[in-house]
Design a protein around this ligand. Sequence first.
Ligand code: ATP
Ligand code: MG
Length: 429
Amino acid sequence: MSKSLQAIRGMNDILPEQTPLWRYFEGTVARLLDNYGYKQIRMPIVEFTELFKRSIGEVTDIVEKEMYTFEDRNGDSLTLRPEGTAACVRAVLEHGLTGGGQPQKLWYIGPMFRHERPQKGRYRQFHQIGLEVFNLDGPDIDAELIVLTWRLWGQLGIRDAVKLELNSLGTSESRGRYRVALVEYLSAHLDKLDEDSQRRLKTNPLRVLDTKNADTQAVLVNAPKMADYLDDESRTHFEGLKARLDAAGIPYVINPKLVRGLDYYSKTVFEWVTDKLGAQGTVCAGGRYDGLVEQMGGKPTTGVGFAMGIERLILLLETLGQVPEEISRQVDVYLCAFGDAAELAALALSEKVRDQLPNLRLQINAGAGSFKSQFKKADKSGALYALILGEDELAQQVIGFKPLRGQGEQQNIAFDALAAHLATCVVQG
Ligand code: ATP
Ligand code: MG
């Protein structure tokens, strides 16, 4: 196939054999979020470029080098969304969802786009599930976000493989004082910093803490610590969060270097990381962003949220073998019919059965075929049972019922009794 007719590098098809796992994952998360009282919001995939520059920050990796930005036919600069928070805040403001200080607990799911180097766990189109909470400013809601992800890891069977890292970036005042101290210290060691960090020292000094360069990391060992610069408000908030996590029995480690890539965070930041996926180990990340809404032109409105990377979590489920067996079986019953008259009767009969058993996964053979070929297809479909309708059965108004996975004998069932019989042997999802 010519290259221009292939998918774009880093943008993947999710094939039929993979979608059951995706749907299982997405369904599990959606149910959990419903149960905790979060409401889904759906935003467009394209926004004005300015939105992301303003919210994410001009000197972040995302805005500097990862966005898919283009001019549309009106000459407007548009960008494929690289993350969900900016658009969610925009939507909330545009529709007055937080007017009068009203709390909102929202979630979204969908594709995000970043022009990064594709590798395992890192793609150019990837998918996130994100949560954003507005107008609830206490540590109780920060704790809820973490507690519900902990429950999710439990439901998915991956708790043992993930670790919670936690830090506080403080209020903008305490962060400001810390920034001054950090810049002063790093400036005194300028020659030992890598090039990227020298640049960040001028544009976004906290991001230097995030460096992967060993020499710079060595310099950071003795750098001032954010924890020593937290004001009372930030400290009380952080202690409140830790006390709640302790009470809920959720283990965590404090990582003073955790600063997150985006500009808008304040107070709580956290990441769930795993060592099972190689370099791309962060599966869920977020934090508090109390200044963002105001920065985007709204009234002062606190916010806190996170996003999880679906691809990385799917990879983790596969790596740990935590893929429930039953999700890949998509057919309960496969109906084989032989001859024109039987095919007509089979269609009418199966529609009646579907009326009575709306959740039954019943597949009718298409394209006719010999007994042998239809049976082969029935087996390959993964169905638990085959139904067989030929001329003889039709004459008696019965249908052959044959277990395919060794549960009992073949028998004939009267048309009228079929739905009731299937109800007893197929678990209805
Ligand atoms: P990283 O440090 O891995 O680049 P990030 O800090 O840029 O992550 P966020 O913007 O916080 O990531 O996004 C939240 C989550 O989305 C990440 O923890 C990760 O699970 C997932 N994610 C981010 N970028 C990608 C990508 N390019 N491909 C796949 N998943 C991604
Ligand atoms: Mg990134």
